[in-house]
Design a protein around this ligand. Structure first.
Ligand code: SAM
Ligand code: SF4
Length: 336
């Protein structure tokens, strides 16, 4: 599938739940806690059908996200079935890390271990700070130690790649930049800093909390010296990577959705929300009701494929965050 601007679509990001065990203020503020009813959420079988059709159209990579995907019931059964979808070559999960060290099927094997056995290649783990108090304030939960154990469990389980994602927030991340880089280095993990996007409610997300990735880079350079651009290094996403000088090649990524004017040029993604909307772009209000099509009696795979193609045809050239910094799209439901 190719859109009108030559983006070849091979990547589907699938949100399997809008629920979460944390309350990050930039994603899901305290007051927004009414969940979607169960029948309003795609079943695992429905998601798998959509994916099989998607693979026929060129989807090769899927990242499972949420809400917190690992909170959904029977999530391991889902991952095991996902790994049997022929043609998918790359399965990843985005998680807050709090459940990776739990043992959902009895003692001896962690969630992370089960995921690796289910052929999940990469784990993206969110970690905005190394200060437990700041962690508590940001996520609404005192789960910092759980995340640390989760990271250990992920390393022990043997994912091919583990990435740490930190959202950049002014007046908060500045003091965390260097410690996070040092932590990633000690742990041997790939760290990326993500610019805050307007995907929460207006009252929690102010432009004055915004910290540009260029500014974060400058601050890091005060400690490490000039970072060296590494345009040759790619991870199938919009991150720009830089090498930390005299670090044995440690890379740090920046996801600059707001300030990188080339951000959308290499976009290869569609998003499926947990309530069955297909979204051609995270940063646009456009969404199309695939659940309605899917639940039409007798609908064929061909009709689902036609729907996919129509959505791809409507994929915008670039997101509209820069022209319309109006929060109100809930990341928790869209899936980051
Ligand atoms: N619960 C999982 C987690 O936290 O990683 C997966 C879902 S979460 C919505 C996916 C990613 O979106 C996380 O890395 C999170 O930090 C990021 N995110 C959430 N709200 C954001 C915002 N307003 N701007 C930028 N990134 C955001
Ligand atoms: Fe939950 Fe992840 Fe959103 Fe935080 S960023 S509230 S952990 S879904």
């Amino acid at each position: 599938m190719e859109d009108a601007f030559g983006h070849r679509i091979s990547y589907l990001r699938v949100s399997i739940t809008d629920r979460c065990n944390e309350r990050c203020h930039y994603c899901m503020p305290q007051e927004l806690q009414e969940w979607l009813p169960r029948e309003g959420i795609l079943s695992y079988e429905e998601i798998l059908r959509i994916l099989r059709v998607g693979v026929g159209l060129g989807i090769r990579k899927v990242r499972v996200t949420g809400g917190e995907p690992l909170t959904r019931r029977d999530v391991l059964t889902f991952f095991r079935k996902l790994s049997q979808v022929e043609g998918l070559t790359d399965i990843g999960v985005s998680t807050n890390g709090t459940l990776l060290d739990t043992e959902p099927e009895g003692p001896g094997k962690s969630m992370a271990h089960h995921l690796v056995e289910a052929k999940v290649r990469t784990a993206n783990i969110s970690l905005d700070t190394l200060d437990p108090d700041v962690y508590h304030r940001t996520t609404g939960r005192d789960y910092f130690d759980r995340v640390m154990r989760g990271i250990e469990a992920a390393k022990a389980a043997g994912f091919e790649k583990i990435k740490l994602n930190a959202v950049l927030m002014r007046h908060q991340t500045e003091s965390q930049l260097v410690p996070l880089v040092q932590f990633a280095r000690e742990q041997g993990l790939l760290l990326r800093f993500i610019e805050l996007m307007p995907v929460s409610t207006r009252d929690v997300l102010h432009e004055e909390r915004f910290l540009a990735s260029g500014k974060a880079r400058t601050l890091l350079e005060e400690t490490f010296g000039t970072l060296v651009p590494r345009p040759d290094y790619k991870t199938n996403g919009p991150s720009s990577y830089y090498e930390i000088p005299e670090s044995d090649g440690q890379l740090v990524g920046f996801i600059g959705a707001m300030t990188n004017l080339h951000f959308c040029e290499t976009c290869n993604k569609l998003r499926l929300t947990c309530d069955g909307k297909l979204r051609p772009c995270l940063g646009s209000y456009l969404e199309f009701d695939l659940m309605a099509v899917l639940r039409r009696p007798g609908v064929t795979d061909g009709e689902i494929a036609d729907f996919f193609r129509e959505v791809v045809d409507r994929k915008p050239k670039e997101h509209d965050f820069r022209t319309d910094y109006t929060p109100n799209r809930r990341m928790i439901a869209i899936g980051g």
